[in-house]
Design a binder for this molecule. Structure first.
Ligand code: ADP
Ligand code: MG
Length: 482
């Protein structure tokens, strides 16, 4: 029997609340000065008392509603005891028996639970002195943990799920979920089996991008298969990812949950969510924006190419721009606008970002200055193409010019003489002139040489300086030569 891969994900995301999970210290992931956003509570001074951040609870419940999960009625926070210098209390406040959210699914992957806990401090290794420095700004930041069922069967599917979750968290505005910054952290549990029951799992940690996750899972699946095929057994352990060697390596044998000595925190009240106004599913549902899958569906229904739709869902600045440009357009015009945004505009914008010294587009940067063209101007361009005032060749040049100068596309078309001559008289005389001056080519065409027509058409375009619709010109030529 073939080996079947099984993967379950545990994903942490830092929530974008104003303050920390159990105190009023500021939650600011961008703070660069160490140990400034701290207070007696998150530094675990004796005698201090934690208080629950309602905004963090609400954020996790909104995620639950978006995933179609069950929201807890009764919930509590538990102490998870372990010692580490980044955990000043000696225990982490987390949730054990009563997570805020249970069940639900995303991209067909069933969710086990989503719970709320607090983040630890960040440890910084100082190479100069060999010391480890600790920055407690992150200690006590609200951290959401989502756990999936072991129902994922490939590295690609795991990647697809994690990427979609990142988008959802961003759409909901609950987390920036940047993997490189550690705002979203993925742990992948991986096993293989050929017996129909689940095999022994290995947990992979220190994954800092989606690509690394996929590579690490693929590596681990191969390692386990080779191990089993050669008569070995998989040890249940935590493994790290070594980016230089592109392999996983054994870190530690995992503690059982008994070692954490979970028990309900006596300093925090348990919550009866139905008694909290505004925390019911209907109220939370009403706060949800259009979610990534809904947006994708909306584009696909409008006959937008799947790749374009994907771009708009992933990069909402392009999506929002497309929505603005195409508002009120019929299906054909929308598809046309989408072609120019997803093929031409994106190239120009990316080149500009690169030459401005940014290798990618920054998310928060202002739309206008990033794109260099307003939706109004872009619409004018599309409208000129639709009404055949400009050729598609000219449209590309006009777009480039509009982006670099900020000028109105209509003005550019006029100034550069790119408006196609619709004037029947001008077309007629151009065509007649070319026919008169090229008797041998005309004879060739009449003798059946189709290529001759192309030459004559080229001559007409030259006289008209490209400012004519080639389809109309061709018809006119044929008509005159028949
Ligand atoms: P633990 O008790 O070790 O924390 P859990 O049962 O709570 O294990 O599962 C933790 C994560 O590991 C979940 O995402 C789950 O889907 C996944 N998982 C559990 N068993 C397996 C397995 N045999 N193979 C792959 N993933 C698994
Ligand atoms: Mg567990």
């Amino acid at each position: 029997m073939e080996y079947v891969p099984t993967i379950g994900l545990e994903i942490h995301a830092e929530l974008r609340t104003r303050t920390k999970m159990f105190c009023s210290s500021i939650n600011d992931a961008d703070e660069t000065r160490p140990n400034v956003n701290i207070c007696q509570v998150c530094m675990a001074h004796p005698g201090t008392l934690p208080a629950i951040n309602k905004e963090a609870v609400r954020s996790v419940l909104r995620v639950g509603v978006a995933l179609g999960s069950r929201l807890a009625d009764y919930t509590e926070f538990d102490r998870k005891s372990y010692f580490y210098p980044d955990l000043p209390k000696g225990y982490q406040l987390s949730q054990y028996e009563y997570p805020l959210v249970s069940g639900g699914a995303l991209k067909g992957v069933e969710i086990t639970r989503v719970h709320l806990e607090e983040d630890t401090a960040s440890s910084i290794h100082d190479d100069a002195t060999g010391a480890t420095l600790i920055d407690y700004n992150r200690a006590g930041v609200p951290l959401m943990e989502l756990v999936t069922e072991p129902v994922i069967h490939s590295a690609e599917q795991a990647g697809e799920f994690a990427r979609e979750l990142q988008l959802m968290l961003r759409y909901l505005g609950v987390s920036n979920a940047n993997m490189e910054k550690g705002e979203m952290r993925v742990e992948a549990n991986v096993s293989i089996s050929n017996s129909g029951t689940l095999g022994t799992k290995v947990e992979i940690k220190n994954i800092n991008s989606f690509n690394v996750m996929e590579r690490a899972v693929r590596y681990e699946l191969r390692r386990q298969e080779e191990l089993l095929r050669s008569g070995g057994t998989v040890v249940q352990e935590t493994r790290g990812w070594d980016d230089a060697k592109q392999q996983t390596f054994a870190q530690r044998v995992k503690e059982g949950s008994a070692d954490y000595r979970y028990f309900p925190d006596p300093d925090l009240p348990s919550l009866k969510l139905s008694e909290l106004p505004g925390f019911d599913a209907e109220t939370l549902q009403a706060t949800l924006p259009e979610l990534p899958h809904m947006r994708r569906e909306r584009y696909l229904k409008a006959a937008i190419k799947p790749d374009d739709a994907d771009l708009y869902v992933r990069d909402t600045r392009f999506g929002d721009f497309f929505d603005e440009v195409s508002s009120g357009y019929d299906a054909d015009a929308s598809v046309l606008a989408s072609n120019y945004i997803a093929n031409d505009l994106i190239k120009i914008v990316r080149d500009r970002a690169v030459s401005a010294g940014r290798d990618t587009l920054t998310r928060d940067s202002d739309l206008q200055s990033d794109f260099g063209i307003s939706a109004t101007h872009f619409r004018k361009l599309i409208d000129m193409i639709r009404s055949k005032k400009i050729s598609s060749r000219a449209a590309k040049d006009i777009l480039a010019e509009a982006v670099s100068t900020g000028a109105d596309p209509e003005a550019i078309a006029t100034k550069k003489g790119l408006l196609q001559t619709q004037d029947a008289g001008a077309l007629e005389s151009a065509v007649q002139g070319v026919i008169d001056q090229n008797p041998t080519v005309v004879a060739d065409y009449k003798a059946g040489k189709e290529a001759a027509l192309q030459f004559l058409l080229g001559q007409c375009m030259k006289i008209l300086r490209g400012a004519a619709d080639p389809v109309i010109l061709r018809d006119l030529l044929k008509q005159k030569l028949s």
